[in-house]
Design a protein around this ligand. Structure first.
Ligand SMILES: [Zn+2]
Length: 457
């Protein structure tokens, strides 16, 4: 199975240099025989410690690393984007049961947990961590010590038990509390055991595509992922989160995924517990409630949200640039000549892109709530003749960007730009430093940055 998966390297953070499959030949810890290499490159090193500015560090010139150096150019670099797990058997890199079945028929053994780990709606990085845990492939202290590597023998989560996969999942008081709390929220009363017992229970009780079964499987994956993430943060970054916070992260991530699946009509009708816990609609005859949220750009990229307003003979355009943390950097708010609304939307996009370019922001993600404007830029719609010059100017600036993308946003997740486009917005200018601390709009920026869900009307 490991040969079927690899990482595309975006920022390279959180991809362990030794233990995760980013190298074209596979996971390096399985390829090297000389454990003295860990003194040259720490076992905790991430890929971004060795790859800087798109260039591999000179440390790879060590003779023992010659084999890995010779094929490293085939590693998938996608700098400026987020790291992604790629499912190699399919051209689009997305997992499907069918392709797994075809790929696995001879080459890989099929453990009983295959279908509880690799299902189509799974979040790939969560599924991958779960798969590593079930195979005993996570580098826990007991495994490191067996390999002759020094490691703290105790569990960093509870500081009592000795660290092993079975301890971390879920004999440890910290992780047991998290998984038990999740089961309790789902009204499931049972004693939590260790990872293989829990997996067997999930496999027996979560068959089919009901929303309830899907929620449990996603929560199970997310629990393993976030507990492992917390364990790594404590060891490598010396940062600690309370178990309550980890629980909230798990619930929030799964909630977003389930809402997305429901929006895409890929989720069965949820039972009342599930709909209460995740804000899912359980009405058969009513249109499902739909939700959206403002999505942060990846590290190294900024996001421009723009909008236009047209009321009773007045027109305005507005937009904001935010970084990967959702923090506002620049904004504009201008009153302009009245034109058709989709032309104004294009002008708003152009103004946002010009502002980014002037400020040397060259990896951009543009979002507009005008599907028409987005489709014109993507050449899906023919450009109206009135918009030709705007579009030409836009294309020149975009061609000078290092990377750009454009997508449609729901109106409810584009409130900041909407506010700035209003003719009576109190802050006017074509390229302003964001200093809206005392404005009500800062509240919306803050809500956007934590992934607040907005109900679509
Ligand atoms: Zn523990």
């Amino acid at each position: 199975m490991e040969k079927l998966i690899c990482y595309s390297i975006g920022d390279g953070q959180n991809i362990n240099f030794w233990n995760q499959p980013w190298h074209p030949d596979g996971t390096l810890v399985n390829l090297i025989t000389d454990s003295s290499l860990f003194t040259n490159i720490s076992r905790n090193a991430n890929v971004n410690d060795i790859l800087q500015g798109g260039i591999w560090g000179p440390i790879l010139n060590l003779p023992q690393l010659h084999v890995l150096k010779s094929t490293i150019d085939k590693a998938i670099l996608n700098l400026g984007n987020s790291n992604e797990v790629i499912w190699k058997p399919k051209d689009d890199g997305k997992f499907s049961i069918k392709s797994a079945w075809n790929s696995s028929s001879e080459k890989i053994p099929k453990p009983p947990w295959t279908l509880s780990v690799w299902f189509p709606s799974a979040i790939p990085k969560h599924a991958f961590t779960c798969w590593q845990a079930l195979w005993g492939r996570l580098l826990t202290a007991d495994r490191l010590i067996r390999m002759g590597i020094q490691a703290l023998p105790y569990c960093p989560l509870c500081t009592h038990g000795s660290e092993s996969i079975n301890h971390l999942f879920f004999r440890c008081a910290y992780s047991k509390w998290i998984w038990h709390s999740i089961l309790t929220k789902l009204n499931i009363r049972r004693r939590v055991k260790d990872i293989t017992d829990e997996e067997t229970w999930i496999r027996d009780h979560c068959r089919g595509k009901s929303a309830f079964a899907m929620a449990i499987k996603l929560l199970w994956h997310a629990s393993i992922y976030f507990i492992w993430f917390e364990r790594n943060s404590r060891i490598h970054s010396n940062s600690r989160s309370h178990k309550q916070q980890v629980l909230q992260n798990i619930l929030h991530t799964v909630k977003i995924k389930l809402i997305f699946l429901q929006n895409e009509d890929e989720l069965g009708t949820p039972n009342p517990i599930c709909s209460n816990l995740f804000n899912l609609s359980n009405q058969h005859n009513q249109k499902a409630q739909r939700w959206c949220y403002w999505k942060k750009p990846p590290l190294g990229k900024v996001k421009i949200n723009s909008d236009a307003s047209l009321t009773a003979g007045n027109a305005g355009i507005g937009g904001i640039v935010r970084n990967h943390e959702g923090i506002g950097i620049r904004f504009f708010s201008l009153n302009v000549e009245v034109e058709a609304i989709h032309l104004l939307e294009l002008k708003a996009i152009l103004q946002g892109v010009v502002m980014a370019s002037k400020n040397h922001l060259r990896n951009i993600w543009v979002e507009s709530d005008s599907q028409t404007a987005v489709n014109i830029i993507l050449k899906k719609y023919q450009c109206p003749w009135r918009a030709i010059s705007t579009l030409a100017k836009l294309n020149i600036i975009l061609s000078d960007m290092e990377s750009w993308e454009i997508s449609h946003s729901w109106r409810e997740a584009n409130t900041v730009a909407d506010y700035l486009s209003k003719i009576d917005c109190p802050f006017k200018g074509e390229d302003m430093v964001l200093g809206l601390a005392h404005s009500p709009i800062q509240q919306v920026i803050d809500m956007d940055s934590i992934g607040t869900l907005y109900q679509r009307m």
